[in-house]
Design a protein around this ligand. Structure first.
Ligand code: PMP
Length: 325
């Protein structure tokens, strides 16, 4: 199967770097509750981001940080976010028994800021804003995001695709005690299986996040891996630049086929499915993409992750020769 359904990077870490990591991991004491690598990872991220280590918290994937944000700021409050968006905001709210309001995106997939403000009800609700948004792929207007942040009791800005968009609301978040930016090592850093995410915020916001963090939530092995991939940033930069070129190729290819690809600031592309059976047809031919049954706004759309050059060629070739041929 060519997996183009989960927005992962198509390349694993080079075997040599993995072997170095395994060697180094051999000296970790597996019998100990030792999270001495956690301060090191916080320190490394803080240095890179120009903040202090107490402005960084770590999660077992950014999914855990989404849950922790609700535990820290959202209990007893309404949870408001644009829709369609990343599914974990509603999943985590559901698990915690919180009421959710989904504010439909506007026709061009921009955020309906006025609708968000109405539902945040004078600062009583918390909000998630996925920027760029998954699955539509676009960035929201920064001024609108700030207006929504001003109105919310607390805000979580999800920048899972930051390395592809190059756009961050970090500076706005740092000025507030009720907002965080959440990022992940699962996409551009290519260690989705190891589950490492991080959040940045003011000291006061991060202190609240730290209060709900479970002790020893970070595996020592994963923390070590994150430290090592951070120190090999050149691989990440190189991979991101190939993906961005390939994304343009995929967008051009889909446009040529008349499939209305949406402009993307991420490593995936939303496009119009040429037929009802396209998803099945691609799957039967070994290519897995994402479909959205039960999501009226995405009726007739599919989302494809940008893969390796060969994978993208195969995907475009199938569309060209199959459903359209
Ligand atoms: N946020 C967004 C917008 C995502 O698309 C994803 C993964 N699909 C996540 C968070 C979760 O990533 P992680 O692997 O860090 O839990």
């Amino acid at each position: 199967m060519i997996k183009l359904d989960a927005n992962e990077l198509p390349w694993d870490w080079p075997a040599g770097l993995k072997a170095d990591l395994f060697n180094e991991a051999a000296s970790l004491e597996f019998n100990r509750y030792d999270d001495c690598l956690v301060p090191q990872l916080k320190e490394a991220l803080a240095r890179r981001e120009g903040v202090s280590p107490d402005q960084v918290t770590l999660g077992n994937g950014s999914d855990e940080l989404i849950l922790n944000f609700l535990l820290a700021f959202g209990l007893g409050r309404r949870v408001v976010f644009p829709a369609p968006t990343f599914v974990m905001y509603s999943e985590c709210a559901r698990v915690l028994g919180l009421s959710v309001t989904k504010v439909p995106l506007l026709y061009d997939f921009q955020m309906n800021a006025r609708g968000m403000l109405d539902h945040l009800a004078q600062g009583s609700g918390v909000c998630f804003i996925c920027n760029p948004n998954n699955p539509t792929g676009n960035l929201f207007d920064a001024a609108s995001i700030k207006t929504v942040m001003d109105a919310a009791y607390a805000s979580c800005i999800d920048e899972a695709y930051y390395e592809f968009s190059g756009v961050t609301l970090k500076n706005e978040v740092l000025q507030r005690d009720n907002a965080i930016v959440v990022r992940t090592f699962s996409k551009a850093y290519a260690i989705a299986a190891l589950r490492v995410g991080y959040a940045i915020g003011s000291k006061s916001a991060i202190e609240k996040m730290e209060r709900v963090r479970l002790p020893y939530n970070m595996s020592a092995f994963s923390t070590l891996a994150a430290l090592r991939v951070l120190s090999h940033a050149e691989h990440v930069t190189q991979a991101v630049s190939v993906i961005l070129k390939e994304r343009d190729k995929v967008v051009r290819g889909l446009a040529r086929l008349g499939l209305s690809p949406r402009a993307s600031s991420t490593n995936f592309v939303l496009f119009r499915s040429p037929g009802e059976r396209t998803y099945d047809y691609l799957k039967e031919n070994g290519v897995l993409v994402r479909c959205y049954p039960g999501e009226p706004m995405l009726d007739g759309y599919l989302r494809v992750s940008v893969g390796s050059p060969e994978e993208n060629d195969r995907f475009l070739h199938l569309l060209e020769g199959g459903v359209l041929g």
